[in-house]
Design a protein around this ligand. Sequence first.
Ligand SMILES: Nc1ncnc2c1ncn2[C@@H]1O[C@H](COP(=O)(O)OP(=O)(O)O)[C@@H](O)[C@H]1O
Ligand SMILES: [Mg+2]
Length: 311
Amino acid sequence: MSGSFDHLHPRVREVAGKPDKERIAWLQVDRWVKLDRSEAALAQLEALLAYPTRGRMPCLLIHGTTGMGKSEILERFHERHPWSIDTKTGRETLPVLLAEMPPEATEIDFYEAILDQLNYRQRSSGTARERRGQVIAVMADAGVRVLMLDEIDKMLGSTPRQQKLFLNSIRYLTNQLRIPIVCAGATGARLAIRTDPNLADRFASFELHHWQKGRALKQLLALFSMSLPLRKPSDLTTSEMQDEVIKMTAGVTGRIFRLFEALAIAAIVSGREQIDLGSLRDEYLLLPLVSMEVQKSEDHAVAGYLFGDAG
Ligand SMILES: Nc1ncnc2c1ncn2[C@@H]1O[C@H](COP(=O)(O)OP(=O)(O)O)[C@@H](O)[C@H]1O
Ligand SMILES: [Mg+2]
């Protein structure tokens, strides 16, 4: 394929010349995009990692609705600080531990989730107290300096008493190990954390807001204009395009990314090679967007949000 593709970022120009199948496969690979908000969250996480050890360590709650990019941020930070081995001492350390919230917010399941991530096999089968001691010893030994817990809102499904015990165990870990704890979850999780006065003033909150029309959205759309491997230029930054995108995605990050992935694939398959307002009305697009709705409606919190939003 000839053509200089001046409208594209230099690194994407070569991709634009490739066969359709390869371009589609390229579009379907996940890539981290340095969004202002996700970079700001990462900077806060780095600051927590560098925070000097004190009696009371600061903690952070990253919250926002499903699809806003919370898990992406935690995973990105986790990847940046992987297991490493000290060649002199042979000691292996994991500075940032990312644990999965157990389906039931019980203390023992929480400890098990942490030990899983540390590949620790000789589990104690004793009381919660004994296990707590074991978790603290194993985490200290692995040199964990930040503990991150995703999908903290799962805890809202358990009884108030269970929630209280669970929050106690979080508080216990941050106090004993003197490390910051980072939680991510739907905004409702904030209320749960607030019920524990000792944690409430320790947890700073970082919200991932839905996208709105404006500078940041324009910047993201400009990035799509330059980085989707289409052979003809598209101006995606217009005011009308911004309005349509917000309308179709409710300003949810994951939906915006999936919308443009679908638009770009449709532009390749149809041979149009560009995206404009007309592309947004293409029936072909309905497929991924409808499946998105189905997936979301299973999530009550989000379904509630959607209804509220429509009313
Ligand atoms: N910084 C980013 N760069 C690229 N894609 C992102 C980014 N943040 C979010 N996404 C997209 O949004 C989707 C949803 O993100 P995710 O972290 O799973 O949301 P949440 O955990 O808040 O529900 C991801 O699968 C990804 O496609
Ligand atoms: Mg998530």
